[in-house]
Design a binder for this molecule. Structure first.
Ligand code: UDX
Length: 451
């Protein structure tokens, strides 16, 4: 009966799987990462990771070189030779926004087939974001069917939602606010708790719950953070109608209340990424299927879809039309410090501008240009900040990269042409220092010329 986890296997070397596997191996735990994409594994082994995440590349190089992190495509030996298997495969949405469990089912099948060959007790942990009931009714049942083993007696089952953010994934792994463990039974939960206490030398808050509660925690946390952002954006859009009012100043007054935390209240073009849009949609669909009408979750997504269109409205009011006018977009990634463009507001922004007839769009992003080329090919132009701003009538800041925050107002002024509209879609500039140099507008700033 394995009460202590000495070796770990991971199914799915995507963002969460690879980062967490690398982190565990950096703590001296032998980890085997399994992925069916042999080409991807080969690249990772030579130090090429499929996305940009600071600090991850050197860590993976180190841990693969010293053999603590192994990457394989074959399930059986990897699962059998480990004490715990973590499932970190993707849970994409289908067209209606419902969660698609095909990779989860495939992973559970393969784990079950491997466990059939294993004598000792094994712990299976679902790290992927899944709707409540999935670990018990899908993963547990599939493994029982494939392995012929008894859940609880022959193998344990936990859910362990992941809260790390892209762009700060390793830092988040090293210092999590909490570790949430959903457990099928006491033994499963205790074994995983002991493992994390070893990883963090006891310096971590661990919350143990039943499987479905932990699954719900992840959706609730992400939906609430998304709701906070949409709430800030709704307030911002109201503030824009009140001359002299800036949502940032309003929020300063609001977050001084001890009941209101200031994080994730930054207004702008809205949220993107691989989690918030997908997770809110999945919870919303899950609730609707259960017969609950989700007013706030619907509103969260509605406000978010509107924000890039709102930015286009602001441009249109000043420029009147987009004929032959050059538009610069600084930022493509859904946030700074990542190359990820999944659900990035910049996509809606560019598509919306195209629909309005803006055909001279220049974009720049420190890391996401390759990703953008896959989406837009040559329908937009790619360049440096200078090339983007040169002769541009308007510029939108779409990602909060520090490189853009350092551009002085004089540079916009000298490179751009009338009316030199700078729309700060991420509120990275001090509006005062830009006035007089460009026609500065920020999401959430009430302007006396606007209705
Ligand atoms: C998120 C959760 O934060 C993380 O806990 C979970 O594990 C995965 O989903 P991530 O998608 O990496 O992480 O990015 P996050 O930093 O949360 O930002 C999400 C989006 O919200 C970005 O597009 C960001 O620009 C936007 N955002 C964030 C705002 O518009 N305003 C804010 O105040 C904060």
């Amino acid at each position: 009966m394995a009460e202590s986890i000495k070796r770990v296997s991971f199914v799915g070397m995507g963002f969460v799987g690879l980062t967490t596997a690398a982190f565990f191996s950096s703590r001296g735990i032998p980890v085997t990462g399994i992925d069916t994409d042999v080409d991807k594994l080969q690249k990772i082994k030579t130090g090429i990771i499929p996305f940009y995440e600071a600090d991850l590349e050197p860590l993976i190089k180190r841990t693969t070189q010293n053999n603590l992190l192994k990457l394989v495509s074959d399930y059986e030996p990897a699962v059998i030779d480990s004490d715990m298997t973590m499932i970190a495969v993707g849970t994409p949405s289908n067209e209606q926004g419902q969660i698609n469990l095909k990779y989860i089912k495939a992973a559970a099948q393969s784990i079950g087939q491997a466990l059939k060959q294993k004598e000792e007790w094994h712990l299976v942990v679902v790290k992927s974001t899944v709707v409540p009931g999935t670990a018990r009714n899908v993963v547990g049942k599939v493994i029982v069917k494939e392995s012929g083993k008894k859940l609880g007696r022959d193998f344990g089952l936990c859910t362990n939602p992941e809260f790390l953010r892209e762009g700060s994934a390793l830092q988040d792994s090293m210092t999590p606010d909490r570790v949430v463990i959903g457990e099928y039974n006491e033994q499963s939960g205790r074994t995983l708790e002991n493992f994390y206490n070893t990883i963090y030398s006891g310096n971590v808050k661990i919350i143990r719950q039943n499987l479905e509660t932990a699954e719900m925690v992840k959706y609730t946390a992400n939906s609430f953070l998304a709701l906070k952002i949409s709430f800030a954006n709704e307030i911002a859009n109201i503030c824009e109608r009140i001359p002299g009012v800036d949502v940032m100043e309003v929020m300063k007054g609001v977050v001084s209340d001890f009941r209101i935390n200031s994080n994730f209240f930054r207004a702008g073009l809205g949220f993107g990424g691989s989690c918030f849009p997908k997770d809110v949609a999945a919870l919303l669909n899950f609730a609707n299927e259960k017969g609950h009408n989700t007013v706030l979750l619907d509103g969260t997504l509605q406000v978010n879809s509107y924000q890039p269109l709102h930015a286009i409205d602001i441009l249109e009011k000043t420029l009147k039309d987009f004929n032959n006018k050059k538009i610069a977009i600084l930022g493509l990634a859904f946030k700074k410090n990542t190359s990820d463009m999944r659900e990035s507001p910049s996509i809606k922004l560019i598509k919306g501008l195209h629909e309005k007839g803006a055909m001279n769009i220049f974009v720049c992003d420190p890391k996401a240009e390759k990703e953008a080329k896959e989406i837009f090919q040559n329908t937009i132009s790619y360049g440096t900040v200078e090339q983007c701003l040169s002769q541009a009538s308007a510029c939108i800041i779409a990602t909060d990269w520090s490189e853009f925050a350092e551009i002085p107002p004089e540079q916009f002024q000298s490179l751009m042409i009338e009316p030199r509209l700078l729309l700060d879609g991420r509120r990275i500039y001090d509006s005062q220092s830009f006035n007089g140099h460009v026609l500065y507008k920020g999401i959430g700033i009430g302007n006396s010329n606007d209705p």
